[in-house]
Design a protein around this ligand. Structure first.
Ligand SMILES: [Zn+2]
Length: 286
């Protein structure tokens, strides 16, 4: 049930089937090295939310394709919106989703740089009395390191070849670097949009961190990744070249992420406490 594909008269039953839950995916438009498209995060989070909604029926709002990427000024293709505008956009979209009859809104985040933005936004929704509740979860927590941990616990992934398994275990045992345009995102993009992945272009720029800002760590002022991202990852690519990335690995990562998202929707659809707490809070408000 994709919001934009529904006809007006279908909304009432869609809201009921969704138990008043609406999923709002958010990604970003930012450079991912030279081998992946700038829409990578938006493509991924959309895929996870849409596929999960086939397993646990829920209405999915159109993806917000812009996110927090303030530092991306030295390369083309990235789109920056101010934090103030993003907060206002989220506020008005949630208000419109609720006005249409959805009382539980789950924002699903596909971009690491959105964490602070979304945390602040969800917190801000508590300021005024509302008849709806906004929650958020990140979609990308299950990556290569999580998969490696599962492999070490002898969990089976029949879709992976022996070579895939060896590559994953070797990479993680050697503390392989990834995080942006690395083996995770390259594999997942190969699984859904292979036409947009240009593996031969990965060598155009380097993905290794510079460590230039490490000296600030002891002072405790290195806690905001965004502040120094452009110094640490000047090519907006973080990872050793993902030469062994492939769609099999991408599909395995997606499978877990889709199931986690479906599970979150199952839980929130059944839940009757969060709206009750909200009502109780509103009743005591003075
Ligand atoms: Zn990304």
């Amino acid at each position: 049930m994709l919001w934009e594909e529904l006809r007006e008269e279908e909304f009432a039953s869609a809201i009921e089937k969704s138990s008043k839950l609406c999923v709002l995916p958010i990604g970003c438009t930012e450079m991912h090295g030279q081998h992946l498209p700038v829409g990578t995060d938006s493509f991924e989070v959309t895929h996870v939310c849409v596929e999960a909604s086939k397993r646990e029926e829920v209405v999915v709002f159109p993806t917000i394709r812009f996110g927090n990427v303030p530092f991306l000024t030295s390369w083309r293709g990235s789109v920056r919106l101010t934090v103030e505008l993003m907060q206002q956009l989220l506020k008005e979209l949630c208000s419109e989703i609720a006005r249409n009859g959805f009382k539980k809104i789950l924002i699903v985040n596909g971009h690491g740089g959105n964490h602070a933005l979304l945390g602040n936004f969800v917190s801000s929704t508590q300021h005024d009395m509302k008849d709806y509740v906004v929650l958020y979860r990140s979609d990308f927590e299950y990556g290569i390191y999580s998969l490696a941990a599962d492999l070490r616990e002898d969990k089976e992934f029949p879709a992976l070849t022996k070579e895939d398994v060896d590559n994953i275990l070797d990479f993680t045992a050697n503390n392989g670097i990834m995080g942006h345009g690395g083996v995770d995102e390259t594999s997942t993009t190969m699984a859904i949009r292979p036409d947009l992945v240009k593996l031969d272009r990965m060598y155009q720029v380097d993905g290794m961190p510079t460590h230039l800002s490490d000296y600030l760590r002891p002072a405790g002022v290195h806690n905001s990744a965004a502040s120094f991202w452009y110094v640490e990852q000047p090519n907006h690519y973080r990872g050793s070249h993902p030469e062994w990335a492939n769609e099999r690995i991408g599909n395995v990562l997606f499978e877990r992420r889709i199931e986690m998202q479906a599970e979150a929707c199952r839980l929130l659809k059944m839940d009757d406490r969060i709206l009750q707490w909200n009502d109780e809070r509103n009743a005591k408000w003075f």
